[in-house]
Design a protein around this ligand. Structure first.
Ligand code: SAM
Ligand code: SF4
Length: 448
């Protein structure tokens, strides 16, 4: 184990970093880049130019994990050509597999876990100086990771800010509590300092991150800490919009719902993963709410804030899911009508309870259910998008569209993507856009 932090003083070298999975990994990769810049590494987008390659991994489902092994296989060829190249794996697969990764990929040099990002400069120094393999996956279960205020804001309109790490919910399908540890809230002063710093750098929107943001502050002995945190961020000058992901339905209370109405910067969007519409499956999943609870909360959200966009996650083919259970999910979707939905086939994960459940659903049925569910959702997504045609929406302009260089792209307050004709000078501006057309995953409009 390597217990201290260190620095390395190389001449400018290049790091290629690839991020898999959720927004928390994107945020962590930004921290990795910042730490490496302090060690004279510059980011490159060319694999072949890199002195250091870091893969920041995701193990939420089996597929991304498999992808990692195939990429590591391909990277071996690069390492054969350039033996001084350093290959590192971080994130959830690194935390889950630790030293075993060296057995699977003997050309790997460095494995660092979800709690050891801050030690990266020191770990890298050991690899560089001793040409030794290094694995550091110690988990720290008390206090927040020593993150400080970090600066990943250059040129950004919108920036992630981590507020709570890990998760203590132990949904039976989910690997997060095992690879990211228990819930730990970040001290409020540190969050506010980071948001202020971002605002001074021109950031207009912050997206507060956590596996269960509603639980923010509970481990610090301050129930209701999240609405209070939102209230404080709402007062920071320069920040125009506040978003947060992810909210857990069991912890969504009225004080948070009121924030959508009372705090002007809190955008009218909530990502509220339901996972299933069957009470039997929700119980097996250990989600802590029923379909009726969920529907009631969705109704309350829409009553308090009629413009709110509600998006969700669903897993199909959870062990023991019958056709009837699946139909209950479709029925809930019909009832709630999500603005958008992320849907997944259930995937067995090591360490989780569901991994040991009997009566796994065969892959062809999972695939078929996923197809049906996605078609179902397409109808609602389009319907929700059509509902804003001819309306004027406030759009925060994020940049030039990747599909058309003459088009700018941005988001409405309810998190819908809008494309419209315009130039790069509009970046970072809050503009009024009249919506002309609705598509499945976006809107197009004209500046008014
Ligand atoms: N914390 C969030 C919540 O409580 O819903 C979710 C976090 S997880 C990173 C994102 C999504 O991945 C989950 O909402 C779930 O739909 C999906 N997921 C997690 N474990 C899965 C598994 N074993 N198989 C399939 N999908 C899974
Ligand atoms: Fe995983 Fe459940 Fe925690 Fe979300 S709330 S991260 S699904 S254990």
């Amino acid at each position: 184990m390597l217990g201290e932090q260190g620095t390395c003083k190389n001449l400018a070298r290049r790091v290629f970093i690839k991020t898999y999975g959720c927004q928390m990994n994107v945020y962590d990769s930004e921290r990795v880049v910042q730490l490496l810049q302090g060690c004279n590494y510059q980011v490159t987008s060319e694999l072949t130019e890199a002195d250091l390659i870091i893969l920041n991994t995701c193990s939420i489902r089996e597929k991304p994990e498999h992808k990692l092994y195939s990429i590591l296989g391909r990277l071996k060829r690069l390492k054969d050509k350039n033996p001084t190249l350093i290959l590192g794996v971080g994130g959830c697969v690194a935390q889950q597999e630790g030293e075993r990764l060296f057995k699977k990929s003997p050309h790997l040099d460095l494995v660092f876990g979800t709690h050891t990002i801050n030690k990266l400069p020191h770990l890298l120094k050991v690899v560089e100086e001793k040409r030794a393999k290094v694995c550091e996956t110690t988990m720290c279960e008390s206090g927040y990771l020593d993150e400080g205020v970090f600066d990943a804001s250059s040129q950004k309109v919108s920036s992630y800010v981590s507020i709570i790490r890990g998760c203590s919910n132990f949904c039976s399908f989910c690997v997060v509590p095992y690879v990211r540890g228990r819930e730990r809230s970040r001290p409020k002063e540190e969050i506010l300092k980071e948001v202020e710093h971002l605002s001074q750098r021109g950031v207009k929107e912050v997206i507060l991150l956590g596996q269960n943001v509603n639980a923010y502050g509970n481990d610090l002995g301050s129930n209701g800490g999240f609405p209070r945190l939102l209230t404080s961020i709402n007062e920071i000058r320069g920040i125009e919009r506040i978003r947060f992901i992810t909210s857990h339905p069991k912890d969504l209370r009225d004080d948070l719902i009121r924030c959508f109405k009372e705090l002007d910067k809190v955008c009218e969007h909530i990502h509220l993963p339901v996972q299933s519409g069957s009470n039997r499956i929700l119980k097996l999943m250990n989600r802590g709410y029923t379909r009726e609870d969920y529907i009631e909360k969705a109704d309350t959200l829409r009553r308090v804030c009629p413009e709110i966009g509600i998006t969700s996650d669903v897993i199909v083919g959870f062990p023991q899911e019958t056709q009837r259970d699946f139909e209950d999910t479709l029925d809930l979707m019909k009832r709630v009508k999500f603005d958008d939905l992320f849907s997944f086939q259930y995937s067995d994960r090591p360490m989780t309870h569901a991994n040991h459940f009997k009566d796994k659903v065969p892959s062809d049925i999972k695939r078929e259910r996923l197809g049906i569910l996605q078609e179902f959702q397409n109808e609602y997504s389009l319907e929700k998008n059509k509902a804003v045609v001819d309306k004027i929406e406030e759009v925060l302009v994020e940049g030039v569209s990747t599909k058309d260089p003459h088009c700018m792209t941005g988001k409405t307050r309810s998190n819908k993507t809008v494309n419209f004709m315009g130039g790069d000078s509009l970046r970072g501006k809050l503009l009024s856009v009249k919506i002309k057309n609705a598509h499945l995953h976006s809107l197009s409009g004209e500046l008014v």
